[in-house]
Design a protein around this ligand. Structure first.
Ligand SMILES: *Cc1c(COP(=O)(O)O)cnc(C)c1O
Length: 413
């Protein structure tokens, strides 16, 4: 912190924080020190430029990229978010981006060059498949998409030029879980890096770096904000990767996070642990209720013993299933299934019909005609996105109001 703050007696927050604080504490306390005014809630620095004390200092700061000069290079609100998120993920450093997708764009631009090869699960977020499979391919980077759960398929896809493995767990909407430690071992044995999209679990439930991953990616748009307000993204990893590989690209390419959005997410991280646990508890209750329902054929939720990777999920996700589930309504054929799913969606009066997740408001989605609507029916069948499938991203409403809302449709099929 600057001399003015010392003069005014403001405490330098991170410097004065004792070692060994737990994630819940860091989620509330980590960040840049308060300004000279001593605000208790972090200030929002909506400023594109920062005034320099003199030409000499300006020259040094611009040359060394230190302190704050221009918000495409660095901004205090964004920096505080990066510090807090890194602390929560157990990472040395983090870098924030405009959206989740731009975090993956930064990952690719920083790590990959023409001729490099990527292995990626074929169950990852749809736009992630588009970015690796189509956009990066334009620049000579090839990606092979493999099974989410079969490590043997990942191993079979490895090539001498494989530089990156990219995984997401659990996946959307079928909640398939992959073994982070096994993929990290595979990557490291081949001199490659493993990046994990941790959007669904957040560091509250799952810390991929502790399981051997090299990089964690976030769509902060989802649970980190958690109230459906802003877009945001981030990468977390070693100080070397973040500072030497990703910062130079971000500063040049400019997909930086808006300070306002950074501030919203920074404050939202303070309640992330409470929200994740409460929403996951609601989700488990809804999953159990659905599994007993005669109109439901199958429920996909890592917290249920019926989930194929239940044991792995419980070991990897702090014993918690997360706040997204999906289920299939019982029907005679695909046409009837679609009709039944639409009926359940349309009978709701409380849930939001939308295509987001990680909100305090429960969201109900029909993946086959929305998030996965652009796939052919054949591709959808291969991915398990059937017409009777409904996804729920469970929020903080009373659990009985959520099941009552689902019963309006499920009880009248
Ligand atoms: C939403 C999402 C993304 C993309 O994030 P945006 O902020 O929408 O760009 C990436 N991965 C997962 C798992 C997501 O849910």
């Amino acid at each position: 912190m600057n001399a003015a703050a010392d003069r005014d007696g403001a405490r330098e927050a991170p410097a004065s924080l004792p070692e060994g604080l737990r994630p819940e504490t860091l989620a509330v306390r980590m960040g840049l020190p308060a300004s000279r005014h001593g605000e208790n809630s972090e200030a929002l620095f909506l400023s594109s430029a920062f005034v320099q004390p003199d030409a000499e200092t300006a020259a040094r700061r611009f040359a060394q990229m230190e302190d704050f000069t221009y918000s495409r290079t660095a901004n205090p609100s964004v920096r505080s978010l990066e510090m807090r998120l890194a602390a929560m993920e157990g990472a040395q450093a983090a870098i924030a981006t405009a959206t989740g997708m731009s975090a993956i764009l930064l990952l690719g631009m920083g790590l990959l060059r023409a001729g490099d090869h990527v292995v990626c699960s074929r169950s990852v977020f749809g736009s992630t498949i588009g970015l690796f499979g189509k956009e990066f391919a334009k620049f000579g980077v090839r990606t092979d998409f493999v099974s989410q759960t079969d490590v043997g398929e990942w191993r079979g896809a490895m090539r001498p030029e494989t530089r990156l493995l990219f995984a997401e767990t659990p996946t959307n909407p079928l909640t398939e879980v992959c073994d982070i430690r096994a993929l990290a071992d595979l990557a490291h044995g081949a001199g490659a890096l493993l990046a994990v999209d941790n959007t669904f679990c957040t560091p509250v439930l799952q810390r991929p770096l502790e399981l051997g991953a090299d990089l964690v990616m976030h769509a902060g748009t989802k649970f980190l904000d958690g109230q459906g307000r802003v877009m945001a993204g981030a990468l977390c990893g070693s100080a070397r990767l973040i500072r030497e590989v990703f910062w130079p690209v971000l500063r040049t390419a400019g997909m930086v996070l808006s300070p306002f959005n950074a501030w919203v997410v920074l404050k939202a991280l303070e309640t992330l642990s409470l929200r994740m646990r409460a929403q996951s508890e609601n989700t488990l209750a809804v999953a159990r209720w659905l599994e007993r329902h005669p109109a439901v054929e199958r429920v996909f939720y890592p917290g249920l013993p019926s989930h194929p990777q239940h044991d792995l999920a419980m070991a990897q996700q702090s014993g918690v299933g997360g706040a997204v589930l999906s289920f299939i309504v019982r029907a005679a054929d695909a046409q009837a299934a679609r009709h039944a799913a639409f009926h359940v969606v349309d009978r709701t009066r409380v849930l939001s019909i939308a295509a987001n997740l990680g909100d305090t408001k429960t969201i109900i989605t029909h993946p086959a005609t929305t998030s996965h609507g652009r796939l052919t029916e054949e591709q959808r069948q291969a991915a398990g996105i059937t017409q009777g499938l409904i996804r729920l991203a469970v929020g903080l409403e009373h659990v009985d109001d959520i099941t009552d809302d689902l019963q309006r449709g499920l009880g009248t099929l």
